[in-house]
Every structure is written in structure tokens, then in C-alpha cells.
Design a protein around this ligand. Structure first.
Ligand SMILES: [Zn+2]
Length: 327
């Protein structure tokens, strides 16, 4: 399966220049199961998993450490049970109040640029990168890059630069991360708080899944140089933001669960046994129908390779919005 023509137009340079790196670095990348990290997460429970992170992708040349919080099968079962329960509660509430589920959603976005000092190397990216990121989100979620349209649009409310060396880099799971978010988070459950900075462990980003009660950790963290025009080679077209917001809207990775079971709980994303890296066209790791969804935003491929959500993912995100994040 080739790239879509409109994708080639948008991203031809990235594809052409990364072919060699693809071949060279494939063997160095692997998955590090981190169930212990998850089971140690404060607040996690069967009834309502809270504060569950899920990371994006490793940087080119980075260490093999990734996915500090890949979900276990049990955690997925718990989350799915919680979603069903939340939907029942919402239906009962609506039967009384008469409020209809939303069909289209504009998400207010508050951006916190975390920096060590006022230099670019110290994290002070120009606001033009932030506005370019919002544009990438709007195009990806509208389906104009080649995928299914979703219900979601994004409206930038505020960009604030925060100079605090203690929060730089942002260390996933640290007390500093908790302090940072507790201090800075704005808005209700419907407000996307996007924290940008240098990140620990060569991570590109991580996000929280939606929960019934607003958690101060709620939000998306992304490498500032992953924004469109940033310096993160192969990962600087803004798709880390798109991927992490997908988690924030309740999507799992396309490789969740591997080849067996309900996978990512979306029926129109073919199963794949493991994350795909770079852009392995034709990859097919499960006997079930369909090639691996390497062009899906919820895989781990290069930004130049991923360009779509499926109708099933769009539906899942809207369902979760009405269960968890709608007013
Ligand atoms: Zn992820």
C-alpha cells in the first residue's frame, strides 16, 4: 500500500530523506514492557484507572526505552468496563436533563511552553510553532491529510512561556511533573492542556486517558522540537501532538493487544503484533485480514509515514468525549 497522493505532496521530502535511516536503525529499536511502572501508578484501580500515561515514539538515534506505560490486557479491560459504565450514567443523566450528545466539538487548547531559559536551546520555541501545531491538529482531525474526518476541532486559547529549570526537562512520572501540572493546568475536562519542553528518556510525548473525575495530571506532554518546524528529525511535523491527543481522546495504540483479542477496541484498524517504526510499507504481522496500519496516527512510525485516523477511531473518540469530557 503506497502513500496517498496528497501525503506525498505534503511529505515527500521527509520520505525521501529517511529511507536509509529506516534500514539502519530498525534492529536497534524494541519494546520495553513496563507493567511494573503501571502497577505502581498511584490511584490506579479496577473501578477507574486514573493517571494512566501512554507515550508516543522514540526519537531517531535515541535509546530503546519507550512506552513507560503500555497498557496490559487487564488495564484495557478495566478501561473498557469503565467506559461502558460512564456511558450508562450519561444516558441516565440525559434522560432526565434532556441534553443530547455532541456531534461536533471544538476543544479549547492552553499551551504551556516549559523552558530552562530564554534561548531556543533552553526550550524557548517561537509561538509560530505552536500555531503550526494547532493547524496540524485541525487538519489531522478533520481528515484532510487523508484519513477519516473526526468530530474534533482545536482552538488555541493561550500560550504561556514558563521559565523554570526544575521542570526542564519534563521527567515522566516525576514529582516535578505533578507539581508543574498542578501549578499550571487550566480549564475543565474539555480543555486540552499541552505542555511542551525537553523530555526525559528520549520520549517524544505522553498523555493521560480520560477519566470521570478531572485529574490535575490530565493533559498532553510533547517534545517542543516535535512541533512542525522543530529540530526532531523524522518527528518534526507535529504528529506527536496528533498521536498524544488521540490518547487524550481515549484511543489506544494500533498494536495494543497484538494479534489476539480485541486489540485496540476499534474494528477497522487491522491487528498488528508490535509497533511499526520508520515506514515499513507492506508490513503484515498478524494472520487476520489487513496489512498493519502503519499509516495510522496511533502507530509509532515517522511523521512522514502517518496521516490517518479510521472511521472507527473517530467514532470511539466521540463516544468517549460524550462519556468523559463533555460538560
Ligand atoms: Zn502512544
Amino acid at each position: 500500500m503506497g502513500l496517498r497522493p496528497n501525503l506525498l505532496t505534503r511529505r515527500a521530502a521527509g520520505v525521501a530523506s529517511t529511507t536509509l535511516a529506516l534500514l539502519l536503525s530498525t534492529a536497534a529499536v524494541g519494546v520495553v514492557p513496563a507493567a511494573s511502572v503501571l502497577s505502581a501508578a498511584p490511584g490506579a484501580s479496577c473501578a477507574e484507572p486514573t493517571d494512566v500515561h501512554s507515550d508516543a515514539r522514540v526519537k531517531k538515534g535515541g535509546s530503546a526505552k519507550l512506552d513507560p506505560n503500555e497498557l496490559t490486557a487487564k488495564q484495557v479491560r478495566d478501561r473498557e468496563a469503565d467506559l461502558a459504565s460512564a456511558l450508562r450514567e450519561r444516558a441516565n443523566f440525559r434522560a432526565g436533563a434532556g441534553a443530547a450528545p455532541l456531534a461536533t466539538v471544538t476543544i479549547p487548547v492552553v499551551v504551556h511552553v516549559i523552558q530552562r531559559d530564554t534561548t531556543r536551546a533552553g526550550g524557548n520555541i517561537p509561538d509560530s510553532l505552536v500555531t503550526a501545531q494547532i493547524d496540524v491538529l485541525n487538519k489531522a482531525y478533520a481528515g484532510t491529510t487523508g484519513g477519516a474526518p473526526t468530530a474534533f476541532g482545536f482552538q488555541l486559547q493561550k500560550v504561556q512561556h514558563v521559565t523554570n529549570a526544575a521542570w526542564y526537562p519534563i521527567v515522566q512520572g516525576s514529582s516535578a511533573e505533578r507539581q508543574m501540572k498542578s501549578s499550571l493546568r487550566e480549564g475543565g475536562k474539555n480543555t486540552l492542556n499541552l505542555y511542551l519542553g525537553e523530555l526525559s528518556d528520549n520520549l517524544l510525548g505522553w498523555a493521560t486517558f480520560p477519566t470521570r473525575k478531572l485529574n490535575s495530571m490530565d493533559g498532553v506532554v510533547a517534545l517542543s522540537e516535535s512541533l512542525p518546524g522543530g529540530t526532531a528529525t523524522n518527528y518534526n511535523q507535529g504528529d506527536t501532538g496528533t498521536h498524544e491527543v488521540g490518547h487524550w481522546l481515549n484511543l489506544y495504540h494500533t498494536f495494543q493487544g497484538g494479534c489476539s483479542g480485541s486489540g485496540d477496541s476499534v474494528t477497522d484498524t487491522p491487528a498488528e503484533s508490535s509497533p511499526a517504526f520508520q515506514c515499513p510499507t507492506g508490513r503484515d504481522t498478524c494472520t487476520a485480514a489487513g496489512l498493519d496500519p502503519i499509516t495510522n496516527f496511533m502507530d509509532y512510525t515517522y511523521d512522514s509515514c502517518m496521516y490517518q485516523f479510521t472511521p472507527g477511531q473517530a467514532s470511539r473518540m466521540l463516544t468517549a468525549w460524550n462519556a468523559y469530557r463533555a460538560a
